[in-house]
Design a protein. Structure first.
Length: 493
């Protein structure tokens, strides 16, 4: 197989790789993204709570942290970027709550620090002000620091949109392509993958959980990452109205992340229950799940276990403790030329536009010629969301394409038209369709629509239903046709 040659190779199509690809597509450059998964955003990015933070928590976002600057650079552009890409972006605000007036002093201190950094206008809310905005909060709360600017996005939808726009502007995306080795020659890298060799002048290593391992392939590992697993529970949409904004208890200890947050689709998420853990292992214990719900009930006592419809875990990858456990790595390697490491444990989604702009700066400073791409189109059209349309718009859509008249997912009112469009845009698995247009995210978790989506995927991709997987690799969910088992059983009888 002849080697692919590219000027910039991005390893990883998570939110950071996708944002970088899109930013680089503004220039006349040959850019390739390799992703080992079957789809984009299936790494850490999919296990995210979708908060677009504002960097006002001045203990978490100290001026000496690089990640604070990446975030502050991102804040002014995030909303307009989402508009260009037609990604739902919702401003919800946030309350950091206290149960004890003694802690008010700490909130006041935080407020002063925010003001001194010129980071916007938070204000203190008394219990009655808070209760008016959030009627379900516990009566044990005495007040809160309110940040009106906190917003939310769907992290995977945002990542898909970035990548869709990047590829429309000329970036090459190679899925199911895993980097297994890298050699550095004086002017080129030779990258081994399971799909053959790729020659690249620059490498942007945005491999999420595996950034330090990839860096070690070229001896560029002058940093170590340690993984902290985060558990998150998802509540049914019917609980959506129980929190309008992000609700968080003032942390008892540094790194405490107990929050309740609405999603753009109207569910509630709660967590994040943290645990130091081995990479890759996304399992969680009953203890993590119960603790997370117990903590959430300290804020909203009426949350019921019966309404938890799903749970997931992801990894926050942090740099070594000596330089601050929050710190990130978005920089040219100190040891390997033309090799850029890119990892942000938290908040990678919120800081992604700024981090991508920083990669452009690094490449320019290193002498890469970057002329504007005259064909660059910043806009991308979203897949129509049938459930949100007026009756007139629905009729219009069905007239154009009758598949929009067939509801496949009843919990979320998702039509066959939306599913087929998601497949046309690159979804090849049940999760790929789910993240793009939501069938299977409702109360029944795909119990009803799963077989129907499988059938549509098989038909559109021209493969047997037994080859349709949940998320690629060995995640097939149909092992045999029922008749096959019956026949086998019969012959054994
Ligand atoms: C529970 C939780 C909640 C969070 N909530 C928020 C939040 O509200 N707001 C926020 O801003 N941030 C949040 N974060 C942080 C945020 O999710 C991460 O900072 C961000 O997703 C990291 O993105 P990434 O692109 O670096 O990594 P990833 O999404 O993991 O992308 C890396 C990609 O590289 C691929 N890859 C790895 N190795 C190879 C290889 N050898 N070859 C090819 N491809 C490879 C992977 O498959 C993966 O797709 C949260 C994180 C967690 C765990």
């Amino acid at each position: 197989m002849p080697a692919t040659e590219t000027e910039v190779l991005i390893i990883g199509a998570g939110v950071l790789g996708a944002a970088t690809a899109r930013e680089l597509s503004r220039y006349k450059l040959d850019v390739t993204v390799v992703e080992k998964n079957v789809d984009v955003g299936f790494g850490i990015t999919k296990s995210n709570v979708g908060v677009v933070c504002q960097g006002r928590d001045t203990l978490e976002f100290r001026p000496e942290y690089h990640r604070s600057h990446l975030l502050w650079k991102s804040i002014p552009v995030m909303e307009s970027l989402c508009k260009e890409l037609e990604v739902p972006f919702k401003n919800i605000g946030c309350h950091i709550m206290i149960k004890d007036l003694v802690k008010k002093e700490k909130l006041d201190k935080g407020l002063k620090r925010t003001e001194s950094l010129g980071l916007g206008t938070d204000r203190y809310c008394t219990y009655s002000e808070l209760k008016e905005m959030e009627p379900y909060v516990s009566k044990d709360i005495v007040g809160s620091l309110y940040d009106h600017a906190i917003s939310i996005v769907h992290p995977v939808v945002y990542t898909e949109a970035l990548m869709e726009n990047a590829t429309a502007n000329g970036v090459r995306l190679m899925l199911e392509t895993e980097v297994t080795g890298i050699q550095q020659d004086p002017h080129m890298f030779t990258v081994q993958t399971n799909q053959g060799e790729i020659k690249a002048r620059y490498i942007v290593n945005a491999a999420g959980e595996w950034v330090d391992r990839i860096a070690a392939m070229v001896n560029a590992d002058d940093f170590v990452l340690f993984p902290i697993k985060g558990y998150v529970g998802v509540m049914d949409r019917k609980c959506g109205g129980m929190a309008n904004s992000l609700l968080a208890l003032f942390p008892e200890e540094p790194g405490d992340m107990n929050i309740i947050v609405p999603t753009v689709e109207g569910n509630l998420l709660f967590g994040i229950q943290l645990q130091i853990n081995r990479r890759h292992d996304r399992s969680f214990t009953e203890h993590m799940a119960t603790e997370a719900l117990k903590n959430a009930r300290k804020v909203i006592p009426d949350l019921s276990e019966k309404d938890v419809i799903k749970s997931f875990c992801g990894f926050l990858m942090f740099r070594n403790f000596e330089i601050g456990w929050h710190e990130c790595e978005v920089a040219m390697s100190q040891r390997a030329e033309r090799f850029i490491n890119m990892t942000i444990g938290y908040p990678g989604v919120s800081a992604s536009p700024g981090a991508a702009m920083e990669i452009v700066d690094i490449l320019q400073k290193d002498g890469l010629k970057m002329e504007p791409n005259p064909e660059f189109n910043p806009r991308r059209k979203a897949i129509p969301d049938f459930s949100e349309l007026s009756d007139a718009k629905r009729r219009e859509l069905i007239k154009k394409d009758p598949l929009y008249g067939h509801v496949v997912c009843r919990c979320e009112t998702v039509t066959e038209g939306e599913i087929v469009e998601a497949i046309r845009r690159g979804a090849t698995t049940l999760d790929g369709v789910k993240f793009r247009v939501r069938p299977g995210t409702g109360r029944c978790q795909g119990g009803f629509c799963g077989p129907r989506v499988t059938r549509i995927l098989a038909r559109e991709l021209g493969i047997p239903e037994t080859e349709v997987t949940k998320r690629g690799g060995e995640s097939e969910h149909l092992h045999y046709e029922t008749k096959e088992i019956l026949e086998e059983g019969g012959s054994n009888a």
